[in-house]
Design a protein around this ligand. Structure first.
Ligand code: AMO
Length: 448
């Protein structure tokens, strides 16, 4: 038999009435085998769904029948046979096989059940990700993730953004000095980049005007939570001759398209995840940081004072603690912007709104209590940038490679960074960030 005989003719879900009584090859993994003696039902799973193969001792001969019924579960096989209409089969058809070829036999016992009703624990699943991802509801998450990424690219390219890539091996911190992974770069120390921030801003001095990047970001954070990773994928946008409002509008368009495309293209995935989605309307609701603090004061939220160590009522200037974010999320369970953050709570590159360095042009986009995006209008005046370095206690010399772009004609600009994993979690409705990364990197996981 030629090698092409063993190549897939069609995926299970593509087979319809036109294929009845035709000879075909199905390729996939054996999900289950029910042997009734002279007849056996074998369920073969491929990317699209399940196929029922009804093996008959009479048509195959007893030897081949024995062979097909004793292949271990989860082995990768090719089966050649005829497609027959069958009202009893779930798809309305079954394959009556003639031949079978085992392409990859599965060892027994399996380290992880693929069709078990109860999920194995997260570590076992991640250690055996190749098996875990044979489950349709786990594959669904990655199909949705892929749609989110292509939707993002579509919108940004339509809006005249240029896709760029910036280095991940860098000499200085972007977002603060503590969360850096150090590495050796020949005879010098170097770091894995936390964000393309400084590079995407430098691009604003080039005349390219609108850039975006989808790439890895590394954070040496100690957090061991369901929403932090030490390596995540960031969608970064930067646009010149623009302000915070302009960039928020682009962000709304990206999120809206991600929802729309997932609803239109991933219907089966949403079903597998038991998820219903509605496209969020633009403009997304906005609330100022000040309004949040007032609301938390009404709710009498107390925090520990960093100076005295005593409990006190939350006040303007304090970061919003997890407990506070939860209180707000009860009233706002979906998407909303938080604007007008204090200058002191935002990084040096965020533009102050006034001359007093009190309120900034930085924003966050939240989904309930989860932060999904941060961004803002940037400082573009070199004098102000120097002032911001000073205020934040940063050494200007360390940033010279970046700040010199401001000395030769830097236009006003704005942008944001969105965590792909956080958006995928929200759209898929899963609660642990590890579900949406193939091979997550957290404090305990470096393999696989
Ligand atoms: P920030 O540090 O707030 O801002 O990050 C932006 C977004 O990236 C995602 N994110 C993470 N996701 C998973 N694990 C992590 N450890 C993690 N850290 C961040 C979140 C977050 O909202 N340079 C700015 C962006 C900008 O202003 O353009 C920045 O990186 O979704």
């Amino acid at each position: 038999m030629s090698d092409t005989t063993w190549k897939r003719t069609k995926y299970a879900a593509e087979i319809d009435e036109d294929d009845y009584n035709t000879e075909m090859t199905l390729c996939g993994w054996i999900q289950s085998t029910k042997n009734l003696g002279k007849m056996a039902f074998i369920h073969i799973r491929d990317r699209s769904g399940l196929a029922q193969v009804t093996a008959l001792s009479k048509t195959m001969g007893p030897e081949l029948f024995k062979e097909i019924t004793s292949i271990p579960r989860e082995s990768a096989i090719s089966v050649r046979g005829v497609i027959k209409q069958s009202p009893q089969a779930r798809a309305g058809w079954e394959m009556i096989p003639y031949y079978v070829k085992v392409m990859g036999e599965a060892k027994t016992p399996l380290p992880l059940g693929v069709v078990d009703k109860v999920d194995a624990d997260m570590d076992t699943r991640l250690d055996n990700r190749f098996l875990d991802l044979r489950k349709p509801e786990k594959q669904a998450i990655f199909k949705i993730r892929s749609t989110i990424l292509s939707a993002t690219r579509d919108v940004l390219l339509e809006e005249d953004f240029l896709e760029t890539h910036t280095p991940k091996i860098v000499a200085a911190a972007t977002e603060g000095g503590t969360a850096l992974f150090k590495m050796e770069y020949f005879d010098r120390p170097a770091y894995l980049n936390q964000s393309p921030q400084l590079f995407k801003q430098t691009m604003m001095a080039t005349g390219l005007d609108r850039v975006f990047e989808i790439g890895p970001a590394f954070r040496a954070e100690e957090h061991d939570t369901v929403r932090h990773l030490n390596e995540y994928t960031s969608i970064d946008v930067e646009m010149a001759w623009s302000d915070d409002e302009d960039t928020m509008e682009i962000l709304e368009k990206v999120i809206q398209r991600a929802y729309t495309d997932v609803i239109n293209n991933n219907f089966m995935c949403l079903e597998a995840l038991k998820r219903t989605l509605t496209v969020p309307e633009r403009p997304f609701p906005r609330i100022t940081y000040g309004e949040i603090i007032e609301r938390l004061q009404e709710k009498k939220l107390k925090i520990r004072d960093e100076g005295s160590g005593k409990m006190r009522t939350i006040q303007w200037g304090d970061d919003i603690p997890t407990e506070g974010a939860r209180i707000i999320a009860k009233e706002r369970p979906s998407l909303y912007f938080i604007t007008e953050w204090p200058v002191d709570l935002k990084p040096f590159y965020i533009q102050p709104k006034d001359g007093e360095f009190r309120v900034s042009k930085g924003f966050d986009l939240n989904y309930g209590e989860k932060e999904l995006v941060s961004g803002g209008q940037r400082v573009h005046d070199p004098k102000l940038l120097k002032e911001m370095f000073k205020r934040k206690g940063l050494n200007e010399e360390d940033f010279h490679f970046y700040s010199k772009a401001f000395d030769y004609g830097m236009p006003p600009h704005a942008g944001w960074g969105l965590g792909v994993e956080r958006l995928t979690m929200i759209i898929s409705g899963v609660s642990n960030v590890r579900e949406v990364v193939l091979f997550p990197r957290d404090k305990h996981r470096l393999v696989p």
